[in-house]
Ligand binder design. Structure first.
Ligand code: ATP
Ligand code: MG
Length: 716
């Protein structure tokens, strides 16, 4: 380090600097949680801009979430100034895919104003196709087909790429046919789904040399965060785009691979070195995020997985508090307890923005939301569809979609009789028939049917009004700011009035949501930009800036950090999830364990793990067992606590006298269950005498570090 270092290099350690300064040629940074991978990638981006190695528009930077993209943009902005104004290619794979696809839509038979369908639209469409194909939807549900299609798209497979085996997975071999029908239908609607944002682009890059070359030339530098969670189609993209210049830097951590259910392949880490021979592999070992107790707890849990690439982690931070493990009576007590603890932290001067509650599954948020609403605790839900999923929001969006994109049949269908305007199923069916017969969108068919005498006078009048209104809103949209257009549209359509008429508390909430929607639109340049945002962004954290506690899934928390973290619902059947337990395989359990590792390593200073003894499931109270991961926490890093009478350490008792069916397989390397280690010796470390967390000394890297450091040895 020298005093003349540009600002973005200051404070980086040697391997981080190497990751920043090795701009040319392939680079793979492989390192544990909190070692500054994202920080290094951000500095690298700053470096490329600062040294003018590339224009902002010549760098492709992939982040895992929209939020991460926003943060990286801001940080780079602070480091190198305004140059970052245009960094068009900084975002998630999906956002980047959408951008590329809009430019080349015609190459896959779409128009550039295509709609991006969400899961709900996708399912409705699939249902229609399944019915039309005379398949029993009860036996072969749309959801199953949707899952298969997503999977194929994640693998980069078009209908033509499917073999008989793949096709066999749906309705006795009709998978391919239905997939093809679905793609054709999407094309007719000028729409695509999420998977298409990646697949269509792959198809374009593969089949249009000139387009591929254009991007290969454009992207002088490519970088990817959270590389361990790329799926095949994403990997194929990267390989194509980077093949020419080979300036690609990927950072990742195999222990944090938690999206295999979405097709992510941790093997992509291994493929990288094969596809980019001579890649420089950089390892970061100093953790800057978490205290030794938190790291020790996380390392102790993940050590139970087999087949890891392995790495060393150490930290210079003070030991800090042990990880607290709290047993409570039931779900409501869990929420109450967390609320109280958060208030306690607030009283001692900590801000809500530094606190997070991490849940395994989305549905777990409700209990906390209810509680927080009751005690007036500001919170935000990150990473869920919550806001945009609400019915009234979906309705309003459907109106806006029809206006923006008249061929959007799904949106038209949704609003054609909402609010009720006397258009019965019969009338709608006739519009459908005409649309099919003439091969036009529903809205055009609706206009044409007015010239016939197919409809009853009343239906004709209503439909005529609607068609006229939509045309009027469309032309209003040319001059009116889009939030104003939305406001008027909601009024004139009678939609607002419909909820006003209801006069219930719930309806009032819906009206507030509608105003919030209009407010949200103000942040976007155009209606199209807003609708695209809605399709892409799943969080609703953009509103007021005042401090809030964050509630989110562990999946959504990847890459983030908080001072204080509450890890709730650590019970068998919740975490690890029932599904992972039912599947019973080692792989799914190990993925859950990686999730536990991600969860614990989000904490900087304080981590509290909570498990409840009772849960209400489908209205029935059932008693639950503490998670096996609780049993795997090394006791020297943990402070157990229970609010229930009669057992100071219920969790350990539970795991010590229980025959665990997974003990041998699932905990890796043939070791006994966690509680044995808890009772055993030598698995911990102290500040005075750094020791290793692994009981197998041979499997451990034991690096000598400067005085006072702590080595958390992990399998190498
Ligand atoms: P994850 O695996 O969770 O994504 P990561 O490896 O990307 O973690 P970062 O989020 O980049 O880690 O960094 C973790 C924390 O350490 C951040 O608060 C970051 O600001 C800080 N940090 C990173 N590098 C350094 C450094 N050289 N000196 C001091 N702090 C650093
Ligand atoms: Mg990161």
């Amino acid at each position: 380090p020298s005093p003349d270092d540009p600002p973005y290099l200051r404070g980086l350690n040697a391997p981080q600097r190497e990751a920043v300064l090795t701009t040319d040629g392939p680079v793979l940074v492989l390192a544990g949680a909190g070692t500054g991978k994202t920080a290094a990638l951000t500095a690298r981006l700053a470096h490329l801009l600062y040294t003018r190695k590339a224009y902002p528009s010549e760098i492709l930077s992939v982040t895992f979430t929209n939020k991460a993209a926003r943060e990286m943009r801001e940080r780079v902005g602070r480091l190198v100034g305004d140059v970052v104004e245009g960094m068009p290619w900084l975002g998630t794979f999906h956002a980047i895919g959408a951008r590329m696809l809009r430019r080349h839509a015609e190459l896959v038979g779409l128009q550039s104003n295509f709609t991006i369908l969400d899961t709900d639209d996708q399912l409705r469409l699939l249902k229609q196709l399944i019915v039309a194909a005379d398949i029993d939807e009860k036996r072969f549900p749309a959801r199953a087909l949707g899952g298969l299609i997503d999977g194929w798209k994640n693998k980069g497979m078009t209908p033509a790429d499917l073999d008989a085996g793949e096709s066999e997975l749906y309705a006795n071999g009709r998978g391919q046919e239905l997939y093809a029908a679905y793609q054709a239908r999407l094309k007719a609607l000028n729409a695509c789904d999420f998977g298409d944002l990646l697949l269509h682009v792959l198809v374009i890059l593969r089949s249009h040399r000139e387009v591929l070359e254009q991007y290969q030339n454009r992207f002088r530098y490519i970088m990817v965060d959270e590389y361990q969670d790329t799926n095949s189609v994403q990997y194929l993209w990267l390989r194509l785009l980077a093949q020419e210049r080979k300036n690609i830097a990927c950072v990742g951590d195999d222990d944090q691979s938690i999206y295999s259910w979405r097709g992510a392949q941790v093997e992509n880490i291994l493929k990288f070195e094969r596809d980019f021979p001579g890649a420089k592999v950089i390892r970061l070992e100093q953790n800057y995020r978490s205290t030794p107790h938190i790291l020790g707890a996380a390392s102790g849990v993940i050590a139970n997985n087999g087949g890891r690439l392995g790495k060393t982690l150490w930290t210079e931070l003070d030991a800090g508090d042990k990880v607290r493990v709290v047993g409570v009576w039931d779900g409501p007590e869990e929420a109450r307890r967390v609320g109280e603890e958060i208030e306690g932290c607030q009283r001692s001067g900590k801000t809500l923005d530094d606190m997070a509650i991490l849940v395994r599954a989305q549905h777990q948020t409700r209990e906390f939301e209810d509680r927080f609403i009751a005690i007036g605790m500001p919170y935000r839900i990150v990473g869920g569809f919550r806001f945009y999923e609400r019915a009234e929001i979906r309705d309003a969006l459907a109106y806006l979609r029809v206006v923006a994109q008249p061929a959007d049949d799904l949106a038209f269908e949704r609003i054609v009789n909402v609010p009720k305007r006397g258009l019965g199923d019969k009338a709608v069916a006739k519009v459908h028939q005409l649309a099919r017969a003439q091969g036009v969108p529903l809205l055009s068919a609706a206009a044409r049917i007015l010239d016939t005498d197919e409809l009853t006078p009343q239906a004709r009048r209503s439909l005529g009004n609607l068609v006229g209104d939509i045309a009027r809103w469309r032309s209003m949209g040319e001059t009116l700011p889009h939030p104003e257009l939305a406001r008027q549209l909601l009024d004139e359509s009678g939609y607002t009035a419909m909820w006003q008429a209801e006069k219930s508390a719930e309806a009032a909430g819906r009206l507030e949501n509608l105003s919030e929607l209009v407010r949200a639109m103000e942040e976007y340049e155009s209606l199209t930009a807003f609708l695209e945002h809605v399709s892409l962004v799943m969080d609703n954290d953009a509103s007021a800036d005042d401090p809030k506690v964050t509630i989110m899934t562990i999946h959504a928390a990847k890459g983030l950090e908080f001072d204080t973290v509450f890890l709730v619902g650590w019970e068998e059947g919740i975490f690890p999830s029932q599904r992972a337990l039912d599947e019973g395989g080692l792989a799914s359990l190990e993925e859950e364990r990686r999730l536990a590792y991600v969860a614990i390593t989000r904490a900087r200073r304080r981590a509290t793990i909570i498990h409840a003894a009772n849960r209400r499931i489908y209205g029935q109270w059932t008693s639950s067992l503490p998670s096996r991961f609780v049993g795997e926490l090394p006791p020297e890093h943990v402070e157990p606590e229970t609010t229930m009478s009669g057992g100071e350490s219920l969790w350990r008792a539970n795991w010590s006298d229980r025959a665990d069916p997974f003990a041998d397989v699932a905990r890796g390397s043939g070791r006994g269950p966690g509680w044995q280690r808890a009772a055993g010796s030598g698995s911990g470390f102290t500040r005075e005498a750094p020791r290793v967390l692994e009981s197998k000394a041979s499997a451990v890297s034991f690096a000598a570090k400067p005085r006072g450091d702590i080595t958390l040895g992990m399998r190498v």
